[in-house]
Design a protein around this ligand. Structure first.
Ligand code: 5GP
Ligand code: MN
Length: 327
């Protein structure tokens, strides 16, 4: 239909003409994934649409405070839709099994995302790399549609604004970010409650995982990395979940330029999270390995043992440190 990076009119037309809408987001969803998924889903339901929302595995526990989160499906086994909207996912694979099912049962796909590495999959694109979160794009789309913000929608959208900027601490935050935030707060969303629930609390199992993983931390000329083994994950009872922000802690070390956390997965795979200081584009490193993300926060899952993957990936990070890109 179109290949414009941002086609509000086509996207609005696509949902206006649809009765049954599917909304999906990326696997291992974070606050922005669930926030943008729910913000859009609830708003479209307020417009009288029949909307299904789905993400592999369902809503993570720390985001269950969001109203409507109990309606998010963890699996799809039936259904047909007039359109599927994918939010916060930079490629089709990231939308997991529910995304594959939704795509096969929807004639049209709207790709709403803010990752610079977005592959422009789908029929209609709302891809805005300048947006600090997918929630900001949903906010703009709802304004475009003339849809008023209810409290549940404002709370869902403010959640992604907060989590993707780590409470407004990333270098892409602008006065506009704060204007959107202010507007969502004026619609009743509680900034304190959202920060407290998302960034301000961690389950004890994260602390236990950190205790086991800290001895693995290594530092070498601006590069700091840690290794999380399957054994540690099993010991603390975490399987596939987040590591609780260890990679962000590592990059906050004054001498660090780039941080990486290598998390062993079943089936001889390793999930890697990257973070960097301004000027070091870890998004392109992840993209080159088949993953994606942002300049300063990215990730990928690659095949191989921990040792093999580190041997392959650490040199790429060392090259980046010696030849940083222009910010
Ligand atoms: P995190 O390290 O918090 O899991 O992810 C950081 C950023 O990289 C997020 O924007 C996330 O969506 C992206 N990301 C993480 N893993 C992958 C991956 O396997 N593929 C892609 N395309 N993006 C990823
Ligand atoms: Mn996001």
């Amino acid at each position: 239909m179109t290949s414009n990076p941002v086609d509000w009119a086509a996207a609005t037309e696509a949902v206006r003409q649809s009765n049954r809408i599917m909304v999906v987001t990326h696997v291992k969803p974070d606050g922005d994934a669930i926030g943008s998924l729910l913000g859009l889903t609830l708003a479209l339901r307020e417009q009288g649409k029949t909307v299904d929302a789905a993400v592999d595995g369902g809503t993570p526990a720390f985001l269950k405070y969001l109203s409507g989160s109990d309606t998010i499906l963890a699996h799809l086994g039936q259904g047909d839709w007039d359109v599927m909207v994918s939010v916060d996912a930079s490629d089709e694979e990231r939308t997991g099994e529910v995304g594959a099912y939704g795509r096969a049962h929807s004639p049209l796909v709207v790709n709403l995302d803010h990752h610079p590495t977005n592959t422009r999959f789908g029929t209609v694109h709302l891809v805005v790399p300048e947006a600090v979160s997918a929630c900001e794009i949903v906010y703009d789309w709802l304004i475009e549609m003339g849809h008023p913000f209810s409290l549940p929608v404002a709370t869902a959208l403010l959640t992604g604004m907060v989590t993707d900027t780590i409470a407004f601490r990333t270098n892409n935050v602008t006065p506009r970010t704060m204007a959107v935030t202010q507007d969502l707060m004026l619609h009743g969303a509680s900034l304190y409650e959202i920060i407290d629930r998302t960034l301000g609390s961690k389950p004890l199992s994260h602390l236990e995982l950190w205790k086991l993983s800290f001895p693995s931390i290594e530092f070498d000329r601006g590069l700091v990395w840690a290794t999380i083994t399957l054994e540690s994950l099993n010991k603390v009872g975490l399987d596939d979940m987040t590591d609780g922000g260890l990679v962000s802690l590592l990059v906050s070390i004054e001498e660090a330029r780039i941080s990486a956390v290598f998390k062993e997965q079943p089936d001889n795979k390793v999930e890697i999270s990257f973070r960097s200081k301004n000027g070091y584009d870890v998004g392109s490193v992840a993209f080159g390995l088949g993953g994606g993300g942002h300049r300063q926060a990215s990730g990928v899952t690659v095949s191989g043992s921990l040792a093999e993957v580190q041997q392959r990936v650490l040199p790429l990070l060392r090259v980046l440190i010696t030849a940083p890109s222009t910010p």
